[in-house]
Structure formats: structure tokens, C-alpha cells
Design a protein around this ligand. Structure first.
Ligand SMILES: NC(=O)c1ccc[n+]([C@@H]2O[C@H](COP(=O)([O-])OP(=O)(O)OC[C@H]3O[C@@H](n4cnc5c(N)ncnc54)[C@H](OP(=O)(O)O)[C@@H]3O)[C@@H](O)[C@H]2O)c1
Length: 225
């Protein structure tokens, strides 16, 4: 049975990815901060194992990796993310940088370091980092300094991991899921969670080592860094 481990599985894009993979017969290790409050996640059909995981808790990430030692994880999906304060130039809250970077940047690297052996022993050998076009230096706009910088940083981590893990046959890519109707994306967002996940699933199905170190939008577009 192919296996996915995903963070931020209790709502938004992570919940829909979990639903979609579980429906297709995957075993999903679905990680979230508060399993007790994850009502939709807890009632999904399929083989969904819910784990309590705050991605900023290094000891908890390491403990989960030990608990799953020996298992093959085909896809490690670093999906959990936060936007941080929605502020513009001259409004920056400097205390807000660390928590956003801790979730959006440090955690994907930490999970890759803790779960590399699980991924290496799988068939698909994929590490997927949920980024954003807002982290593209080539396509970026103004404002949202902290979020943009955090996604640019996770893009660099994606690229660097793609070099370091290529020898183990692991493919590492970054995704832009579209502007999606979630708590983060808001009600004016243009892409439904279902369409975003449908697009992402289509790309994931076709990923090979030739895509290692790439940055893809949910609609298949290859994005510039
Ligand atoms: N929506 C968009 O338009 C859009 C666009 C580009 C990129 N993205 C990216 O896509 C990913 C998913 O976003 P979304 O739209 O689904 O957002 P969302 O609905 O706000 O969900 C965010 C998820 O991240 C989890 N999370 C936050 N901090 C965490 C932590 N410390 N430990 C574990 N989980 C944590 C949340 O859990 P709690 O419920 O516990 O808070 C929630 O499950 C993010 O990386 C985001 O940056 C989204």
C-alpha cells in the first residue's frame, strides 16, 4: 500500500489532499496539532492514521520518525503553513518573523532530515514542499514581506535538498497550489480546494527524477524561482 505522510492535515488543502489520497487506497499518516478537534479528519474513509504533531516541536517530529521506523513513506508532504501578519512596508512586526519561519521554513527541513530514511526505502521517493508563487523572486509582488521571504527560503531549501538527496534517488519539488479558498486564501480566492488538489495530484502522479529541484503550480505550469 503506498504511503503518504502529510502535515497540516486537519483543514484546508492538507485535509483535501488527505481525503483524496485515502480515497485512492493510500495509507495516510495525517499530522495535525489537535487530533481531538480534527472532526472532519477523524471521520474520513480509508486508511488514515492521525498523529498529533506541531511541526515546530523538534522532539515530537523525531519521536514520530522513531515510531514509524522501518516503514516506507512514498511521499513526505510538508503542507503546514502560516501567513503571519498581513502588513505592508513600514508596518513590519519583527517578532513575527521567527514563528512564521519556524513553521514554513525550519519544519520542512527538519521533517526531511527526520524522515529521509523512510522516504528512501519507498517506491516513489518524493518530498513535496508546499510553497507559493509569492516566494518566487522572478514573479513576486509587493508587501507581505515575512510570508514571501519564508516561501523564498523554503524554495531554497527545496533546491538544496534536491541536490543533497539525489544520490538516494529522492525527488524534491516545491508547489504553488493556486490562490485557494481556505482560511488562509480567504473567500475571494479563485481556486477551489478540490481543483487545487486535483491539479496537484495530476502533477504528483507524473513526477520523476527529471523533475527533481523543480517548482510547479497546481495547473502544471513550471514556475521560475
Ligand atoms: N490558500 C492559498 O491560497 C495558498 C496559496 C499558496 C500557498 N499556500 C500554502 O499551502 C499550505 C496550506 O495552506 P492552506 O491554504 O490549506 O491553509 P490553512 O487552511 O490556513 O491551513 C493551514 C494548516 O497548517 C497547519 N499548521 C499551522 N501551523 C502549524 C504547526 N505549527 N504545526 C502543525 N500544523 C500547523 C494548520 O493547523 P491548525 O488548524 O492547527 O492551525 C492547518 O492545518 C500552506 O503552506 C500555505 O502557505 C496556500
Amino acid at each position: 500500500m503506498p504511503t503518504l505522510l502529510i502535515t497540516g492535515a486537519n483543514r484546508g488543502i492538507g485535509l483535501e489532499l488527505t481525503r483524496s489520497f485515502a480515497k485512492d487506497g493510500w495509507r495516510v499518516h495525517a499530522c495535525c496539532r489537535d487530533p481531538g478537534g480534527a472532526n472532519e479528519l477523524n471521520t474520513l474513509d480509508g486508511t488514515v492514521v492521525v498523529h498529533r504533531l506541531d511541526v515546530t516541536d523538534g522532539a515530537a517530529v523525531a519521536a514520530l520518525a522513531r515510531e514509524l521506523a522501518g516503514e516506507a513513506i512514498d511521499i513526505l508532504f510538508n503542507n503546514a503553513g502560516v501567513y503571519g501578519p498581513r502588513t505592508g512596508f513600514a508596518e513590519t512586526d519583527y517578532d513575527a518573523w521567527e514563528p512564521v519561519f519556524s513553521i514554513n521554513v525550519f519544519a520542512p527541513l527538519r521533517l526531511a532530515e527526520c524522515f529521509v530514511a523512510h522516504v528512501a526505502r519507498s517506491d516513489r521517493k518524493l518530498i513535496l514542499n508546499m510553497s507559493s508563487v509569492m516566494g518566487s523572486i522572478a514573479e513576486g509582488g509587493g508587501g507581505s514581506y515575512i510570508y514571501r521571504a519564508s516561501k523564498a527560503a523554503v524554495n531554497m531549501i527545496t533546491k538544496t535538498l534536491s541536490v543533497d538527496l539525489a544520490g538516494q534517488g529522492i525527488t524534491v519539488v516545491a508547489f504553488h497550489p493556486g490562490w485557494v479558498q481556505t482560511d488562509m486564501g480567504g473567500s475571494h480566492a479563485t481556486v477551489s480546494v478540490r481543483d487545487s488538489v486535483k491539479g496537484l495530484r495530476h502533477i504528483i502522479a507524473g513526477l520523476s527524477s527529471e523533475d527533481n529541484g523543480g517548482f510547479f503550480a497546481y495547473d502544471g505550469r513550471k514556475l521560475p524561482w
